[in-house]
Design a protein around this ligand. Structure first.
Ligand code: ZN
Ligand code: ZN
Length: 259
């Protein structure tokens, strides 16, 4: 399994920094986790649209805005006979106003399916599982397993889902965890997002091999998030647009630990 980082920032994108998106590839199968503003600009068109499944973890703008561009691209490339199979779009049913809007897009070469906690998918050699987090809209953490390798993406969550997420991510090779906040900002412990320290607590409790922080505030130094998480968990790196991580974990990730 290979992970490519497409977007690490929220709530808005800036040059070279996009809203949430991750591409996981195994063989010929591509899975895109979230589709935030600008994230599609790191994709390789039309190649990455072949055998592509997009999983929208939740229907907040910063996680799905680019789905419309992707749908339109699928439509154009299909008309040009450059992609053969429709892209698959998986998403929560609610807010239904938004899922209905996405599914009603006419200029699109896509098929749709709703996800919930009971959903399990087999896409190529990868198996996917879902765990509902605590967030203002229906939101799912996503586990992607291939052979003995596992990547877990928390999506957005409150720390109130800590135990559930730690169990879901238990022993994962890589935990991609949102860290929207910093402890130094004085946020209450229970918020609709995590601090970097709380991401570290979940990684420690889940005994994951590596923690990749993401969902950064655009005006804040990324290094601050890494330092805060390191106070509780040692194997931390920050996600960066264009970064590629091969599982088993690349040496670069370990080097990052030292920064
Ligand atoms: Zn959200
Ligand atoms: Zn978000």
């Amino acid at each position: 399994m290979k992970l490519k980082v497409l977007g690490t920032q929220s709530p808005y994108n800036t040059p070279n920094h996009h809203c949430p998106g991750f591409l996981i590839t195994e063989g010929q199968t591509n899975i895109m986790l979230d589709c935030g503003s600008g994230s599609h600009s790191v994709l390789n068109f039309p190649h990455d649209l072949q055998n592509l499944s997009v999983i929208l973890s939740h229907l907040h703008r910063d996680h799905y805005n680019d789905i419309y561009n992707l749908q339109y691209a699928s439509f154009v490339f299909h008309n040009q006979k450059r992609i053969e199979r429709p892209i698959s779009i998986y998403m929560p049913k609610t807010p239904s106003r938004i899922s209905t809007d996405i599914m009603s897009e006419k200029d699109s070469f896509a098929r749709y399916r709703f996800i919930n906690e009971k959903t399990s998918l087999k896409l190529g050699k990868m198996h996917l599982y879902f765990c509902q987090t605590d967030h203002p809209v229906e939101t799912y953490a996503i586990k992607v397993c291939s052979g003995d390798k596992t990547i877990v993406y928390t999506s957005d969550t409150s720390f109130s889902a800590k135990s559930k997420l730690a169990e879901f991510a238990q022993g994962a090779d890589l935990l991609i965890c949102e860290s929207s906040l910093l402890k130094e900002h004085g946020f209450p412990e229970i918020n609709s997002h995590l601090t970097a320290y709380q991401a570290g607590v979940i990684a420690k409790e889940a005994q994951v091999k590596g923690l990749l922080l993401t969902h950064f505030w655009p005006e804040e130094s990324v290094q601050k998030y890494v330092l805060e998480a390191k106070k509780i968990f040692p194997h931390v790196a920050s996600a960066k647009e264009g970064q590629i991580i091969d599982l088993p974990m690349a040496k670069e990730f370990r080097k990052e630990d030292m920064r």
